[in-house]
Design a protein around this ligand. Structure first.
Ligand code: OMP
Length: 274
């Protein structure tokens, strides 16, 4: 999916919501445990209920890998289910990969060839040769960690060099030598508020993946005020606040309602640009 198609989907659905599929066997409703594949059964119900209100899904690999082979199978089935039934949904493999070049090439093969997923999150710490193998696939996206939502983001990302440039700013500037706004997005946490102004000075037109509304307390209004571009430029993720809003048999219906609430707030924000 290219940038224009993504924006078309956002305009059509009046939403830039990404539903995070952080599916934890210990948190899903008990009645699903009798299913042959409880993780997939949960995801399928959540996807069917939320698809009208979102434009992307982000399964986080940690939740699947923690279950070994069974988890990986549930992950693959989830990806295939979205691709077959909701082909307009943008899929993000939240894997936070990145290693020496030949190893990164294998990670890229996993997500882009084997699974044919739209995008993968990548950590920038190991530099150019750890990121560029992911950029050799036409129509696929790297989503590079820039300024994350957690407290630890202060430890390295906000440190300054002798010229006053902060590390996340260096990541944004340097990575533009390898990629452009048609094959790279950046992760910026919703909890970072006004920092979106500084981010937009360096990447005025790139899409940003923004996790941190909902359970982490980030403000959608602030993200939009300081981070929205004329082409929206935002994919805002919420995981726990949507998928675990209800632990009863009506969990999927409630997830749909929660996603709809966020979609309506997004519709309000989109009125400023389209
Ligand atoms: O790359 C990410 O998606 C990510 C980056 C970041 O800075 N903060 C962050 O929370 N995430 C992920 O976004 C999701 C947030 O989940 P909730 O806090 O439950 O909405 C989790 O899958 C996190 O791993």
């Amino acid at each position: 999916m290219n940038k224009q198609q993504l924006f078309e989907n956002i305009k059509r659905k009046k939403s830039f919501l990404c539903v995070g599929l952080d599916t934890d066997i210990k948190k899903i409703p008990e009645h699903l445990l009798k299913e042959e594949d409880p993780i997939f059964a949960f995801n399928k119900a959540i996807i069917d209920a939320t698809a009208p209100y979102c434009i992307a899904y982000k399964p986080n690999l940690a939740f699947y890998e923690s279950m070994g082979v069974k988890g990986w199978i549930a992950f693959e089935k989830t990806v295939q289910y979205i691709k077959s039934n909701y082909p307009d949904q943008f899929i993000i493999a939240d894997a936070k990969r990145g290693d020496i070049g030949n190893t990164s090439a294998m990670y890229a093969r996993t997500f882009f060839e084997e699974l044919d997923i739209d995008s993968v999150t990548v950590a920038p710490y190991m530099g150019e040769d750890s990121v560029t193998p992911f950029l050799t696939y036409k129509g696929k996206w790297v989503i590079l960690l820039a300024l994350t939502s957690n407290k630890g983001s202060h430890d390295f990302q906000l440190t300054e060099d002798k010229d006053g440039e902060r590390l996340f700013e260096k990541v944004l500037r340097k990575s533009q030598e390898w990629a452009n706004d048609e094959n790279m997005m950046y992760v910026v946490g919703a909890t970072q508020g006004r920092m979106f102004e500084d981010i937009r000075k360096i990447v005025p037109s790139h899409f940003l993946l923004v996790p941190g509304i909902g359970a982490q307390g980030g403000s959608l209004e602030e993200v939009c005020k300081y981070g929205m571009t004329p082409e929206c430029g935002l994919i805002v993720n919420s995981s726990r606040a949507i998928i675990y809003a209800d632990k009863t048999e009506s969990f999927a219906e409630t997830a749909g309602k929660e996603a709809h609430k966020v979609q309506m707030q997004m519709e309000e924000q989109l009125k400023n640009i389209c």
